[in-house]
Each structure stands twice: as structure tokens, then as C-alpha cells.
Design a protein around this ligand. Structure first.
Ligand SMILES: [Fe+2]
Length: 201
């Protein structure tokens, strides 16, 4: 793949991700933060440069399946009913299926992230209840940074908390909900994380 085609694909992925969540006015900046946080974690983990790029670019498509979920569920201001919660959770399978229509390394990783970013270290996540390293690394990374971003972002149904309080929550869930190694990297590189937080909030 030439550089030009790669650049084209990067832009295409970004636009596709924005389009999928277009009805959310905060989506552009949320996706940019998730991408940048992923870069920091991947770098901290010592992953090869190409893998860092692939995971961080593909991370922007983690919630692409939400495009197929009704607005009244995606943007509900109160708590979801059991039925709505069940429907909301299907965004991971829908994203996986949709991204399977494309074929390139970026989309393969995007598929992996879409299906696994709500799996949790202790098996309490969805859709497959995978545990520990059975969850793909890319999904474990996006699981942590997406949670951090959700905690530090205002939503119609919840208040935001400070990045320091969000880090405390992640630390308390380390080895339970989240890969302890990734949370450790989050602590080690928190100055970098805060720079992105300040720049993009
Ligand atoms: Fe999600």
C-alpha cells in the first residue's frame, strides 16, 4: 500500500467514524481524544510504530455499530430499561459485522476493537465474556481509554468527573475490569494524557 493510499484510508476511516455517530455533536472531538489516548498507551506499551498507528486509527471506529441503534436509546437522558440496554449492547456485533465488509489491516483491527472494547478483564463484559489475555490487546486498550473519556465527558444522563478522579476509578478497577498493565501505563504516562485532555476539552 502506498503512502498516499494509506493517507486516503486514514481520512476515510475518520470520516466514516464521524458519519456513523453524526447525530452526536461531540463525536468528532471524542474520537480524536480516544485516538490520541490510544497512541500514548500503545507507545507506552512499546508496540511497533505500525501497530501503534493501526490501533489508534482503527480505535475511532469502536462504536460504529451505534449508527444502527435508535436515537432514543443512544441519546436517552435517563437510565436504559433492560430491553434498551440489551439493544444498545448489540452495537458491538453490528460494528463487527459492518466492518467485515471492508478488507485492509486497519479494518481488521477495527473489527477486533468493535467486538471486544466492552469485554472486561474478569469476564464481566460483553458480548462474549472473555477474560484477561483472551481479550485482544487492541480491545483492552480501547476499553480503558474509552472508559476514561466517558468518565471525563458530560453526557445528557450524567455529570463528568475530573481526570484525576477518573484515574482513581481506573486504578480501583485494575485487575478487575481492566488490564492492570494498561492501567499502569495510564498512570506512568498521565502527564501526556492530561496534555491531550486539556487540549481537546
Ligand atoms: Fe461501545
Amino acid at each position: 500500500m502506498t503512502t498516499n493510499i494509506q493517507e486516503y484510508e486514514d481520512v476515510f476511516i475518520r470520516n466514516l467514524a464521524i458519519l456513523a455517530e453524526f447525530r452526536d455533536p461531540n463525536v468528532n472531538i471524542h474520537l480524536e481524544r480516544v485516538r490520541r489516548y490510544c497512541e500514548i498507551i500503545c507507545d507506552g506499551l512499546g508496540l511497533p510504530e505500525n501497530t501503534i498507528k493501526q490501533i489508534s486509527i482503527a480505535s475511532q471506529l469502536h462504536d460504529v455499530g451505534k449508527a444502527a441503534i435508535p436515537d432514543e436509546i443512544n441519546f436517552k437522558s435517563g437510565e436504559l430499561t433492560d430491553e434498551e440496554w440489551k439493544a444498545s449492547k448489540t452495537h458491538v456485533n453490528l460494528g463487527y459485522k459492518f466492518l467485515g465488509e471492508f478488507s485492509s489491516p486497519h479494518f481488521e483491527i477495527a473489527q477486533e476493537i468493535a467486538i471486544s472494547h466492552h469485554e472486561r478483564w474478569n469476564g464481566s463484559g460483553y458480548p462474549n465474556g472473555l477474560t484477561k489475555e483472551k481479550i485482544p490487546l487492541s480491545g483492552r486498550i480501547v476499553g480503558v481509554v474509552d472508559t476514561f473519556d466517558a468518565l471525563t465527558s458530560e453526557r445528557s444522563y450524567k455529570k463528568k468527573i475530573s481526570p484525576f478522579d477518573a484515574l482513581d476509578l481506573l486504578n480501583n478497577s485494575k485487575g478487575k475490569l481492566f488490564d492492570p498493565n494498561i492501567v499502569e501505563i495510564m498512570n506512568l504516562y498521565f502527564v501526556e494524557i492530561l496534555k491531550v485532555f486539556d487540549e481537546l476539552n
